[in-house]
Design a protein around this ligand. Structure first.
Ligand code: AP5
Length: 215
């Protein structure tokens, strides 16, 4: 099963991807996570990626396409994959189609999680993660038990650099301008399904599972 999760920043792609990946045993491939790892390494490439990400801009297509090509050839993608945050532009989608064709693979479903701009800003300004163990929290929708401390290891919770209101607004504009045309792109191929993300994590997950199991 080859799946893509599409949708605006903060729609819940990462949250859903973790559960889908675990239930259906699919590798969760998040370009955002791959780039954040590179930033953490402190490499020259990481510094360059960081400059795009903190500005709320997209990383250039060439770098993204190369990253995904290398990832697709890993053994764990043989039985399927779950893309989270890729593709994000038409050139990325076209190049991905070509790579899949070369490997005799197809995209089975593109699941687009929709969420209003107001809700996106609310969710992203509340998102936190533990500086030590990485556990995820949200001070609005999934608050920690004590202050801004991790429930598991008591370390401080921190905010992603691109989750401040100003950068979030830029990311939403980038999504509307450059990524949302992919909804039409995948509608034409008949693989697109739209899911309402403005419900509980459990309700969204239940619908996604039904979509996957109808395959
Ligand atoms: P990336 O990391 O992919 O960020 P994004 O797409 O902006 O998505 P987010 O991770 O912010 O949100 P999400 O939809 O995963 O929501 P989440 O589940 O966390 O990309 C970051 C940057 O990397 C980009 O800006 C770009 O620079 C670069 N990049 C990455 N891929 C690229 C590409 N292909 N091309 C070019 N550049 C690329 O949920 C958000 C919050 O809401 C959480 O706190 C969560 O707990 C909460 N929440 C989730 N679901 C619910 C719910 N149902 N109810 C209540 N709260 C919920």
């Amino acid at each position: 099963m080859n799946l893509i999760l599409l949708g605006p920043p903060g729609a819940g792609k990462g949250t859903q991807a973790k559960q889908i990946s675990s239930k259906y045993n699919l590798p969760h491939i998040s370009t955002g996570d791959i780039f954040r790892q590179a930033v953490k390494s402190g490499s020259e490439l990481g510094k360059l990626l960081n400059s795009y990400m903190t500005a709320g801009k997209l990383v250039p297509d060439k770098a993204v396409i190369e990253t995904i090509k290398q990832r697709l050839y890993k053994d764990d993608c043989e039985k399927g994959f779950l893309m989270d945050g890729f593709p994000r532009t038409k050139p990325q989608a076209e190049s991905f189609d070509t790579s899949l064709k070369e490997q005799n693979k197809v995209i089975n479903r593109v699941i687009c999680i929709n969420l209003s701009e107001n809700e996106v800003v609310k969710r992203l300004s509340g998102r936190r993660h533990c500086s030590k163990c990485g556990a995820n929290f949200n001070i609005v929708t999934q608050p920690p038990r004590v202050g801004e401390k991790c429930d598991h290891c008591s370390a401080d919770l921190v905010q992603r650099h691109d989750d401040n209101e100003e950068t979030v607004k830029k990311r939403i504009k980038v999504y509307n301008d450059q990524t949302s045309p992919l909804v039409e792109y995948y509608k034409k191929t008949g693989v697109l399904v739209i899911v309402d993300g403005a419900r509980s994590v459990e309700e969204v997950f239940k619908e996604i599972c039904e979509i996957i199991e109808k395959q």
